[in-house]
Design a binder for this molecule. Structure first.
Ligand code: NAD
Length: 501
């Protein structure tokens, strides 16, 4: 896996590489170029040059939109190939990897439409002033992405950044660099000028760090762990970069006794076990009203035991292999902690017959106290914590009792309660009687330790755009005349004006 800089694939300047492992065996299957300062500098220089002198930032929105639509077509055409690649590299079940290209393509189509149809503010104070906004791309955007659904997640950043007219340097996650290299071919085929898109592979603390600190980068859009976000926040301060941060989560699902419990069961199982539980918006804490708690836990555990864990390439597989042995060790560490903190009702170990690779049986802990680590900390694997509550107030207190605030799910048939809770729960995104389904126009992002700024719809475009406010006086200028008393008479300019009059 090489870098892609200024329209050409390249090795690292110093020739450094790192191994990429296949998650069902943990055998290295490819070497990727490990970028360092010199590679980032080359990529940023190319992006800067393309921004300062190239056609992309200066194109009409309609022209850029045409390229974005061609990108969408090319992405969609890769759906089957991409699904195979993504499933192989990340360990995601193949059925869940399918459709990622369609969603990625949709991101490009959406932002193509938005820049063509978009309007900007103009305000008038009749007879006195007019105000309008001139929008322009910010510059070079550094895009740093995680390893869960890597291709699709990078499209969330690439599409609005390019639509706004920025040029970019993408640094994908080191666990899963495979699919990012597809972008080079797709962009070239669609007619994106050289230097607009640059890709540097590498380790976060090296390539990612160099990108964040580079003075030629204007913006960083980051998705990843909260702790990494905090480091990036500090490292971006000396060069005052704009930051958008999509960080970790520990999202609650509140299940009330009056809910459609079958639907809540399906949704909360899908919410935490799809994508191997490696999902930022996973409903990893389920809070259940006490009157239905034992029945819900029993049904949940039985269904979890019945989930098919297996090779990601098998179309029957529902939970595949976790991405990397380091991550697997971390998740297994939480499972051991959980066994000391709560009641294990399903899973908790490697499934039988899958002796190698990063497999974990869907794991369910019940009676989890709110101070438990498995209640408070993001595990990012197929592990869920279930906790009972008696009253609505208690449910809200439990839901809000973590540092994160990414998503929340409310299951109830009481409309008033649903909307009241949607307001009281501290989360950037709330779903009522639904799992995570999102219209691309709506904001995406977390509050508290789950993020900074929001993406989605015009909010994404705003992040990659400068907004210059232009104020025009209409009619007479009304200015307090400092220093005017006794001055006009002596001033030759005003004297001449008086004589003319
Ligand atoms: P991570 O923070 O370890 O890595 C994310 C990216 O940051 C990688 O490309 C990595 O190489 C890079 N990186 C690491 N250290 C860096 C540094 N010092 N400077 C610059 N870059 C650096 O996250 P991960 O393990 O890849 O992904 C899982 C995390 O991502 C979870 O916490 C999950 O909740 C979060 N996530 C959030 C969202 C969201 O939208 N809120 C979406 C997906 C994933």
């Amino acid at each position: 896996m090489q870098h892609y800089i200024n329209g050409a694939f390249r090795d690292s300047r110093g020739g450094q590489t790192f191994e990429v492992l296949e998650p069902t065996t943990n055998v290295a299957y490819i070497l990727a170029a490990a970028g360092g300062d010199a590679d980032i500098d080359a990529a940023v220089t190319a992006a800067r040059e393309a921004f300062e002198t190239g056609p992309w930032p200066r194109m009409k929105n309609r022209e850029r939109a045409r390229v974005l639509n061609r990108i969408a077509d090319a992405v969609e055409a890769q759906d089957a190939a991409l699904a195979t690649m993504e499933s192989f590299d990340t360990g995601l079940p193949i059925t869940q990897a399918r459709g990622q290209a369609r969603r990625a393509a949709e991101n490009f189509r959406f932002f193509a439409d938005l820049i063509v149809a978009g309007t900007d503010d103009a305000f008038k104070v009749p007879g006195m002033q007019m105000n309008y906004v001139n929008r322009s791309p910010v510059g070079v955007a550094g895009l740093i992405t995680p390893w869960n659904t890597p291709f699709m997640l990078s499209s969330w950043k690439l599409a609005p950044a390019l639509a706004a007219g920025c040029t970019v340097v993408l640094k994908p996650a080191e666990f899963t660099p495979l699919s990012a290299s597809l972008w080079a071919g797709i962009f070239t085929e669609a007619g994106l000028p050289p230097g607009v898109f640059n890709l540097v592979n590498g380790i976060g603390e090296e390539a990612g760090d160099a990108l964040v600190k580079h003075p030629g980068v204007d913006l960083i859009s980051f998705t990843g762990e909260t702790i990494t976000g905090q480091t990036i926040f500090a490292n971006a301060a000396p060069t005052l970069k704009g930051l958008s941060m999509e960080l970790g989560g520990k999202s609650p699902a509140l299940v009330f006794a009056d809910a459609d419990l079958e639907a809540a069961l399906d949704s909360t199982l899908f919410g935490v076990f799809s994508l191997n539980g490696e999902r930022c918006t996973a409903s990893s804490r389920i809070l259940v009203e006490a009157t239905v708690y034992e029945d819900f836990v029993a049904a949940y555990a039985a269904r979890a035991e019945n989930i098919k864990v297996g090779p990601p390439s098998d179309p029957d597989t529902e939970v595949g292999a976790l991405v990397h042995p380091e991550h697997y060790e971390r998740v297994m560490g939480y499972v051991e902690v959980g066994k000391t903190e709560a009641r294990l009702v399903a899973g908790g170990e490697r499934p039988e017959g899958l002796e190698e690779g990063n497999y974990l049986a869907p794991t369910v802990f019940a009676d989890v106290p709110p101070e438990a680590r498995i209640f408070q900390e993001e595990i990012f694997g197929p592990v869920v914590a279930i906790t009972p509550f008696d009253t609505e107030d208690e449910a809200v207190a439990l839901a809000n009792n973590v540092k994160y605030g990414l998503a929340a799910y409310i299951w109830t048939s009481d409309v008033t309660r649903a909307h009241t809770l949607a307001d009281r729960i501290e989360a950037g995104m709330i779903w009522i009687n639904s799992h995570n389904v999102r219209d691309l126009r709506s904001p995406f992002g977390g509050i508290k330790a789950s993020g900074l700024g929001q993406e989605g719809g015009y909010r994404s475009l705003n992040f990659y755009s400068e907004h210059k406010a232009v104020h025009v006086t209409l009619g007479a200028v009304h200015t307090a005349r400092f220093g005017a008393t006794g001055y006009d008479e002596q001033d030759p300019f005003f004297a001449a004006k008086r004589d003319e009059a």
